[in-house]
Design a protein around this ligand. Sequence first.
Ligand code: ATP
Ligand code: MG
Length: 414
Amino acid sequence: MLGQKFLTLDLGTSSIRAALSVQKGDRFHFTIKTAPSRGIRNGNIINLASAKESLNSALNNLKLESSVALPNEAYVLIPGGCTLGYQVEASIEFPGIKTISHNDVNVVKNKAKDELLRIKGQTVKSYYEVIHVVPQEFIVDTVDGIQNPIGRSGKRLTMRAFIVLASRSHVKTIADLLKELNLKLKGVVLQSLASSFGIRQPNSYFNNNLLLYMGAGNTEFIYFREDKPVLSRHLPFGSEDILEFLIKKLKVSRTEAERLYNEYGSAYAFNVNKEEVVHVNYGSRTIKIPKILVSALIHQKLKETFKDIKSILSEEDRDYLENLSGIYLTGGLSKLRDITVLAEKIFKAPVVIPSLSHPEITDVALSPIVGVTDYIVSLSDRKKLSDIREDLTKSYEKSGGFFASLWRFITDII
Ligand SMILES: Nc1ncnc2c1ncn2[C@@H]1O[C@H](COP(=O)(O)OP(=O)(O)OP(=O)(O)O)[C@@H](O)[C@H]1O
Ligand SMILES: [Mg+2]
């Protein structure tokens, strides 16, 4: 029996991807089609007509291969550069002890949103809209660490959350692009957040972990504490910038830079044989250069980027780096040879390229597009509220039936 189905689009710098995920039993089956990206840079749509053509091509291929009709609404990944992320805290006080309802959660959430927009000022309020409200914890009176407070009793409800805002104009551009292809924009999901869902296993618990996504035009990262995001940032850097650096430093054509990168590219120059030489084509001429030079240039660029990430982390909170227990590296650039070696040297923490939440998909560049489905599924989790951007409805109160209510009653009194 077929269950839910979702259409997800990834308007990346190098590739435009369209994914259809169809639920069969408790699993999702994915069909993913890719077209070369045109008209997009660092996640920004700079040429609508070209972007439309590329997206149309990916969608047409997806339609051809899918056994079911595509939904007429789509989720779209949004790159970190169009977003801002903040930690917030808000509390509401009740006149007496009351059982917390979905509506109380909505009230505390809206209070947190309003408070954030008030603090950030008119510019942020006019140019950005809220796309994620990820609760870190709820506190009912003195009990903290609560994942879902609905049904508990107390006099005061506090929510700590991580709120992500996205540029209104970017979201509107995406909506317009989709409209031209007769699709409705159902929702946007931050690329790095989606990627974190795309690598989750049933027992995953990210604590003092950095999720680092590196693509063709974007480097994005989220720091997790107690399995919740506490910081998200973006650097406009990706494999495209490495190629441009090779073109500039070696004075080669784009095609030649791509060939050198693909054939000899590696992130850790100390692992490259110093004696080996490679041929570089300059039109009609060919010149021999030490192979280590290609790697040294890539190494230099990546080292700068990793150091920038370190500076951002330590400026925010010294503990982020000191307690860093490991990095999950995702995105197409994570497939570069020895990139984990370089990252481990710089961050002084273990770096892994994780497998995806759906084991049949092995390409780590697909973690964001696959992760969107896991993110959507997580929205209906009653045990923990994973994103309460949309107001919760009454159905949230019917969680778990009599025994769950009894258990909550017992935990409230002990
Ligand atoms: N085996 C590999 N070795 C090195 N680099 C690779 C490898 N495979 C892919 N890449 C790089 O990864 C890039 C694509 O990554 P990805 O698909 O994550 O980016 P994107 O989603 O198109 O861009 P972005 O999200 O940054 O806008 C390619 O442009 C390529 O340079
Ligand atoms: Mg991408």
